[in-house]
Each structure stands twice: as structure tokens, then as C-alpha cells.
Design a protein around this ligand. Structure first.
Ligand code: FE2
Length: 251
């Protein structure tokens, strides 16, 4: 089965539309979403309406979603992120707020595991180092583990035949063949598709992933979208200027 993998949409409807269009053209049969649907951007309802309509969707929430629901302390956020959380609270419909309330920050299915940041601390910890990957491996029963939160397209796994060594790398648009154990099941591997709505790897294009569970492959895709249109909406909404500027730099 082929899955479209998205994360950190952050109320950026232009980026989400471009990504969904690209993945639908490829013919994905299911969807994985690693949270942070809202926050930062100007279109929480438009994004949530699109995401709620996806069929065969496995989805979790992220720290910004929890903050909008007042389930996470605003002290955790920098000033511009905090301002966007407060703005989103009064610019989201009751239906979409209720949808967010039904999501967890971690989800284990029969085929894969989702955690916004890490399995041990889903809303807060950024999975960025090999030692963090090693510490989280015992908490996962079903691989791959899909994460978001860092807004970086990343892969972590054990080096082939050597569990003392961990490989980690940024993902470009090369297809990755994922490791398997002897039984044929997936070996421990964590995959971050990067951010749809606010990439932070100096590439301003929207980022998403394509997971083929039969072939055991994962590929990151980068999709251009109309950044200027989103910047205009951010300014019209009165959101912090920094949130508009950073989209152009992929930061
Ligand atoms: Fe995020």
C-alpha cells in the first residue's frame, strides 16, 4: 500500500493543497499525518477541512494543536508562535476544534507507529540525534516510526548488521530502501517527512513523504507552492511579520 506522509501543516493551505495534489496524482491509497495541523499560518479551518476529508487517514496531534486547545502551556512557545496560537484559538470553527480534541499525540497501528516528536515525549522532544533514537527504540512495537516536530526530513536506523552504530541522515528526493529483520518485518527506523507548511532546512518548498509498505521504501518529495499568497494572508490576519518572512527562506 502506498501512503502519503505529511506533517507540520501549520495552517498553510497553499502548501497543503500543492502537497495533496502531488500525492493524489501519484495515486496514494492512504494517509499518515504526524501532527501540528495548526499554528503559525493563516488558514486553520481550510487546512482542517481538507485533512478531515482524507480517506484511510492515520493522524495524531502536535504541540501547537494542544496549545490551541489549552492543553499545553504557552510558556513553552517563542513569542511569534505564542501569538499565532492565541490568534488560532479565535479563528477556528467548533467542528475543527472538536476534531483536534479527538486526536492523541501518539498512535500505534498494526502497520506503523506515529509520534509527533518522540514516543517517550510526543509533544515536546525533537528527534534529532542518534542517542535519542536509541533511547526511544524500546518504546516502539511496530516499525516504521513516523515523526514530525523538527520540520526536517530525516531518517534514523541501525547500521546494517551493527546495532552499536546508528545511521542518521537528511533526506532528499532519493528513494530509501528501509531495513528489515529476518522475518521480513520492518527493522527499527524513524522517518520524518519534513514540514508541509513551514520547512526549516533552507528549502522553501513544501515537504512530504511517500511510503510504500509493500516495497519497504520511503521517499521525500519537495513541492513548490505560492509562498507570496500565504505571506499576504499572514499580514492581512495581523500575525507576526516574522512568520511571513521565514517561509521564503525555509527557516
Ligand atoms: Fe511544528
Amino acid at each position: 500500500m502506498i501512503y502519503g506522509v505529511i506533517s507540520d501543516v501549520h495552517s498553510n493551505h497553499e502548501a497543503l493543497s500543492a502537497v495533496l495534489g502531488c500525492l493524489e496524482d501519484i495515486g496514494v491509497e492512504g494517509w499518515i499525518c504526524c501532527g501540528d495541523l495548526v499554528g503559525y499560518g493563516p488558514d486553520p479551518d481550510a487546512c482542517l477541512d481538507r485533512i478531515r476529508a482524507l480517506e484511510n487517514l492515520s493522524i495524531i496531534c502536535g504541540n501547537h494543536d494542544l496549545a490551541v486547545l489549552e492543553r499545553m502551556d504557552l510558556e513553552w512557545f517563542n513569542p511569534s508562535a505564542r501569538a499565532a496560537v492565541v490568534w488560532t484559538r479565535s479563528n477556528i470553527s467548533g467542528v475543527n476544534r472538536a476534531y483536534l480534541e479527538g486526536l492523541t499525540a501518539r498512535l500505534e497501528t498494526a502497520k506503523f507507529t506515529l509520534a509527533h516528536g518522540t514516543p517517550r515525549n510526543p509533544p515536546e522532544e525533537y528527534l534529532l540525534s542518534p542517542s535519542q533514537f536509541r533511547d526511544n527504540v524500546p518504546l516502539v512495537k511496530t516499525w516504521p516510526l513516523f515523526v514530525g516536530h523538527s520540520h526536517m526530513p530525516l531518517l534514523f536506523c541501525y547500521a546494517p548488521g551493527d546495532e552499536e552504530k546508528i545511521e542518521s541522515r537528511f533526506l532528499d528526493d532519493q528513494e530509501e530502501t528501509l531495513p528489515r529483520v529476518e522475518s521480513g518485518a520492518m527493522a527499527p527506523v524513524a522517518l520524518n517527512p519534513g514540514s508541509v507548511g513551514q520547512p526549516r532546512d533552507q528549502d522553501s518548498r513544501a515537504s512530504c513523504g511517500l511510503y510504500d509498505s509493500d516495497k519497504g521504501t520511503f521517499r521525500v518529495l519537495r513541492v513548490p507552492y505560492d509562498i507570496g499568497a500565504v505571506q499576504a494572508k499572514i499580514r492581512a490576519a495581523g500575525l507576526p511579520e516574522y512568520l511571513a518572512l521565514r517561509l521564503a527562506y525555509g527557516q
